[in-house]
Design a protein around this ligand. Structure first.
Ligand code: EPU
Length: 375
């Protein structure tokens, strides 16, 4: 077991913040993780789990042992009448895994293309985009108990998935934060796959595609789509039904246009969660701010677009030191010093985040909750 000392973390976090790990251990197998659990006292000194480092703000050097997850491997586990069961190691790159499933003809993850990060981090925050959440395609995962070194498996119900939430984010008695590490994740991809294109940005891409075909069935479908009516995919001729590969390409185009590439300008994706309010609270806000973007959820709650709230407070393009609000999407905070001698510090990012929280609270009475883990 080789524990590295004073390891620079700038290249290992997508914000590109300068910090060091006092000690770092690369975990390339579940067995190595189990050995580490037996030899080190993780109950007394919980480690920091590092996947792709894409949802993290480092505010200083990391004193606890860093476990860098590097368990690799992708495979088709089983093909049943209803599902392709596929599996990946926690250290695999998420987008690489999605692209591999689509290339192999196992569709279902295409809406989640280009989300930065690793496979092992994906269930922790139940990643979601363009109408699909990880929990919609999840089968099971393997993890290791940090205190006992025992390996165990969880199915969906045991993961307590919610909006950007799971059992791995909670430090309560039943929560697994700091107590377990994910080693492998399995997905159930439906053999009777149907496209999911209802999210506004994706509907627009599909509508453009249909107008290029220009046939009358394509034009009819385009009207159905733009009216947000139900599409019965089974009745449509194949040339007007998008493939998983097309949807993946559209998602990649949308994300590239809206979200900054961390290699060019450091960031951690959406910095705040979209807040939920009651219908009464929402009506109150709409009375004052008629343009607020809101979505009615199945449980009656209303989800507000945090990006809109931040944008409405005039934050786009502004910042603190070298930490800034992305000019094309106010929900994303960026490191304007990426690739220079003066990258933003974690302190600057958090000062900016707090200033945004204060102004959104003062104007709308809503406290935005950060999405990334602050270390
Ligand atoms: N909006 C503005 N101004 C802005 C940003 C957004 O007015 O500066 C408005 C948009 O016009 C739109 C609404 O707010 O009407 C929502 O924006 P968008 O469609 O870009 O999605 P989002 O709610 O900001 C969420 C996820 C993203 C995911 C997209 C697409 C969260 C916190 N974020 O963003 O996830 O890619 O939907 O499904 O739920 C991430 O988690 O890191 C992430 C990027």
């Amino acid at each position: 077991m080789l524990i590295e000392k004073n390891v620079p973390l700038q290249a290992l976090n997508s914000f590109g913040i300068v910090a060091k790990a006092h000690q770092l251990l690369r975990i390339s197998s579940a067995e190595l993780l189990q050995l580490a659990c037996q030899q080190l006292d993780f109950a007394a000194a919980p480690p920091l789990i590092l996947g792709g480092g894409c949802n993290m703000v480092l505010t200083g050097d990391v004193k606890p042992l860093v476990l860098k997850m590097e368990i690799m491997g992708k495979r088709l586990v089983e093909e049943t009448a209803r599902y392709f069961i596929v599996e990946a190691g926690a250290g695999e790159d998420w987008h690489g895994f999605v692209a591999w499933t689509v290339e192999n003809g196992w569709p279902g993850l295409e809406n989640l293309a280009l989300i930065p990060g690793s496979v092992g981090a994906a269930p922790v925050q139940n990643i979601g985009a363009y109408g699909v959440e990880l929990q919609d395609r999840f089968h099971s995962l393997d993890a290791v108990n940090l205190q006992t070194g025992e390996a165990f498996t969880l199915v969906a119900a045991q993961c307590a998935f919610g909006y950007r939430d799971s059992v791995f984010k909670h430090a309560t008695a039943t929560g697994l934060l700091g107590k377990a590490v994910i080693t492998r994740v399995r997905f159930a991809l439906p053999t009777a796959w149907r496209p999911e294109v209802s999210y506004a940005d994706l509907s627009r891409k599909y509508a453009d595609f249909l107008s290029q075909i220009g046939s009358s069935p394509a034009e009819n479908l385009r009207r159905v789509l733009l009216n947000q009516e139900f599409i019965d995919w089974a009745d449509l001729s194949p040339e007007i039904v998008p493939t998983a590969q097309q949807i993946m390409d559209w998602v990649v185009q949308i994300r590239r246009a809206k979200l900054p590439d961390p290699k060019v300008i450091g960031n951690a994706g959406s910095f705040f969660k979209n807040p939920f309010v009651s219908p009464e609270q929402c009506a109150d806000i709409i009375a004052r701010e008629p343009k607020v973007v809101s979505y009615k959820m199945a449980d009656g709650q209303i989800k507000l677009a945090a990006g809109w709230l931040i944008d409405a407070c005039g934050w786009k393009g502004r910042g603190v030191g070298n930490a800034g609000v992305y000019d094309k999407q106010a929900l994303v905070l960026v490191n304007k010093g990426t690739g220079t001698a003066t990258p933003a510090s974690g302190g600057e990012v958090m000062t900016l985040a707090k200033a945004i929280q204060t102004s959104v609270y003062e104007r709308f009475g809503i406290l935005l909750e950060p999405e990334p883990v602050v270390v």
